[in-house]
Design a protein around this ligand. Sequence first.
Ligand code: NAP
Ligand code: ZN
Length: 351
Amino acid sequence: MALSHGYAALARNACVEPFEFERRSLGSNDIAASILFCGICHSDLHAIDNDWGFHSYPLVPGHEIIARVTAIGPGVEKFSIGDVVGIGTVIDSCRTCEPCSQGEEIYCETGATPTFGGADRLGTMTYGGFSNDYVVDEHFAVMIPPMLDPAHAAPLLCAGITTYSPLRRANLQSGHKVGIVGMGGLGHLAVKWARAWGAQVVVFTTTAAKAADALRFGADLTVVSSDLEQMARHSGSFHYILDTVSAPHDPTPYLGLLKLDGTLCMIGMPAEPLSISSMMLAWRRLIVTSSMTGGIAETQEMLDFAAAHGIKPEIERVGRSQINEALDRLRKNDVRYRFVIDMGADCVDHP
Ligand code: NAP
Ligand code: ZN
């Protein structure tokens, strides 16, 4: 079997470096695909830094994968050789539990298999998309609509579906006031979805310099979250707030901005637990919730929606030799708005 070439962190907080490993051989329902692009999500960084405490090394990150199909197993029906496909955050699940049978594979009761950094059903460690190829059951790959540019489509596989899924369930309409907290990889796409559903969109940011971009992406207004006067002007006015912040922070100020029965959805994943006053929740009968990426069918729906509405992520394209620099800039909140690795560019380490 040919070896796969990837980039792995060999220890917590380490830079990634060239790493060779084996993918499983092609099963009946598997596709093998050559990776063209892979987005860099803050979850890749949380994993490299072992912020959540359950990762082990070597760790090949990457779960926003765009790839071209190079081989198909005899049972494959959805794809042909040459198709451009997407692979997101999960690559297997039990397929029989209630969430799986409802198309919510990510919530599989026995635990979905993550694209990287987890054990698959045979107990083998999964290696992600900072690599040259992937082998996956066709059920867990999605078709990239031809109208989407493949490099720009990459961030949709995690940042896109993670923001689309809760906002879609919120049934946003014209007249709803929606807040997006943190405008990074997830946040900037949340602005675009919320706009497409006709909501009034307000971005809460710590980076005043992002204000013009927020308006360009479809926001009506930007509030610098450290400005208490600006914050107070919005007290009790929001139907829904989506918090995408990657760092520990106090969500209490956002609870004060919600209307009666308003929802605060916390999809950012800093490791520290939240501290929230039940008095504050009772005061306006508020809902605090979260959401995990999305199911496979919903991911396909999101890609088709993006193609139909001309929604595309804002990306900074980097070559393989720039991955560590990009990770470092992501740590410093210095990205506009998603790094995407071009796996074909500047092949200095690997053939
Ligand atoms: P990102 O591109 O780094 O964006 C995070 C944004 O948070 C930054 O752009 C910044 O926005 C804001 N921020 C950063 N540090 C902050 C601080 N100290 N205080 C307040 N705001 C701060 O990250 P991402 O890739 O969008 O991911 C965001 C989070 O979502 C991560 O924790 C990631 O693990 C998580 N995530 C969750 C899921 C899920 O299934 N729920 C899926 C993917 C990712 P401003 O400059 O605008 O303030
Ligand atoms: Zn992600």
